[in-house]
Ligand binder design. Sequence first.
Ligand code: PLP
Length: 358
Amino acid sequence: AYNFSPGPAMLPEPVLRQAQATMLEFGDTGASILEISHRGADFLAVARQAEADLRTLLSIPDDYAVIFTSGGATTVQALLPLNFAAPGQAADYVVSGHWGKTALKQAAPCADARTAASSEDGGFRDVPPREQWRLSPDAAYVHVTANETIHGVEWRDIPEVGNAPLIADFSSSIASEPLDVTKFGAIYAGAQKNLGPVGITVLIVRRDLLEREGQPRAPIFDYRAQANAESMLNTPPSWNWYVLGLTVKWMLDEGGVAEFARRNARKAALLYAAIDGSGGYYRNEVATAARSRMNVPFFLHDPALDAAFLSEAKQAGLVALKGHRVLGGMRASLYNAMPEAGVQALVDFMREFQKTHG
Ligand code: PLP
């Protein structure tokens, strides 16, 4: 089946097969990858290779640390002010969907988290244009969500913000196209869309930000301490780290982010063209320039057909198309592991469904 889940999402088949084999026996360790110490040479090699490959894949410069943690993107959102803002300091949030709001909510207990701009009044069908942003002169950082997974709204070009470092949630679009890391103070992503399995989160942070005092926090929540300890202050999610490494390696072998940018552009164009060309049978409500390449929410002209659409799609081998409960309707997530043939199969099914039920 083609799995259009928004995350945990489809993984490449070669990654799953390799993970399956090493689940039983890893190298000459005489043990499963699940059973070896994170401090032993075998796992340290896995962890370091994953980081090195991620640095290659995303062209991460040396003056950025890469930190692997558990807790998901939401935990990063909660720890950003503790690490990078002084007590009571302003932090600006540009909100273009559900996850931007979440980021602000997570930061609010530990910072003067401000909505610098929001497209909520328009139902999150666009990004708030730069001229509407009201940035605080003393902000610790400016936060944006590169791709809103639920609303299907993506920044195609994240604007300059001036002096404060830009921190971006790239959970659902990391590694989908080339990225200029140096534009950002920090980038973070839960792995479960483009980078591998759920249970591990990546934070890419400019090292000078790690020198900020931040606020009183337990050592385990201290990103400087995590960076110094190679993300091993405690037992890391080693299995997830390993499968992330396999996924990153697969992306490199497939041609890297430039190749995925081409594939992802073709996949998104194919699906949006089918929606727009359906004469209103299907519709996507996001402003054309802000339409996500990764998550495509769409609605049938008659919601009474939703159940039939989902069950017939499943029979056709197209699964996890149900939209998020916040929006309803359908959503197709087209991450890197989704082949172009999967999107073609979806588009063919949509045309057929329209013919049968239209
Ligand atoms: N940010 C974005 C853009 C997301 O899509 C998600 C989850 O889907 C999150 C944050 C929350 O991530 P997690 O569940 O890893 O905490």
